[in-house]
Design a binder for this molecule. Structure first.
Ligand code: URA
Length: 233
């Protein structure tokens, strides 16, 4: 008799095997999103109804929980499809995001938009958020205490959206969500798991603007994500 954990592992292994068979072109293998969803639901208790993004936003209110509230213009909560299959997580709003109240709308954001389009997706189909929701003054890195204050809200957003996949953009997002100090150059290109969601760290688009020769590596990472993305839903 399999215990619940072993059973869930067996299901996960079966899903991986199905995907590999389908990718290898083995005929008669139904690897559709519907089948994968049915399979992954087997043996698992129905998930409790997630709280809504609106409820999380309402709780954040006119946040004064950390120092970043002093210099921000607007809280940048997140944007996109509330049940997106793919979520992108960056570091924190820059000047243009702070002005617009939307994530990734500046130069790095335009590059992110092009990456999303190259994946045959649109910004409206994915969900985009940041580790911290207020702009660090002078675009400095968010402090550990600021990250620790804001991260629980991001984790609740992840639980609300329930994406299949998360792409962590840059060292701050990767290290904050994976709880590691490893450099992004060693984390990128590998799948990890955060709260049951498969996550792929990659370089931040702002880094790519400064180092365009590293775009190829990000595209390799996006191809790995695309293999796992259920386009046919
Ligand atoms: N960089 C980020 O990390 N997030 C944004 O929203 C914009 C730029």
């Amino acid at each position: 008799m399999l215990d619940a954990r072993r059973f869930a592992q067996t299901i996960d292994e079966s899903i991986r095997a199905l995907r590999q068979l389908a990718a290898a072109g083995v005929g008669g293998v139904d690897c559709s999103a519907q089948v994968l969803e049915i399979l992954s639901g087997w043996g698992r208790r129905p998930a409790p109804a997630p709280e809504s993004l609106e409820a999380i936003r309402a709780e954040i209110g006119d946040c004064r929980r950390c120092e970043l509230c002093r210099s921000r213009t607007r809280i940048v909560f997140g944007q996109g499809r509330p049940d997106a299959r793919l979520m992108f997580i960056g570091e924190g709003p820059g000047q243009e995001e702070d002005r617009a109240g939307e994530p990734f709308v500046g130069a790095a954001g335009q590059l992110l938009t092009r990456i999303i389009q190259a994946m045959n997706l649109t910004r409206a189909e994915v969900y985009i958020a940041n580790v911290v929701k207020c702009r660090p003054p002078g675009n400095r890195l968010p402090e550990p205490a600021e990250i620790a204050t804001c991260l629980p809200f991001l984790e609740r957003q992840i639980a609300a959206v329930r994406p299949h996949l998360i792409c962590l953009l840059g060292a701050c997002a990767a290290q904050s969500l994976l709880g590691t100090g490893e450099p992004i150059s060693r984390l990128r290109g590998r799948f990890f798991e955060v709260k049951g969601v498969r996550v792929m760290p990659t370089f931040h688009p702002a880094f790519l603007l400064r180092n365009p020769e590293r775009k190829r590596e990000v595209w390799e990472d996006m191809k790995l994500l695309m293999k796992e993305y259920p386009y046919e839903r």
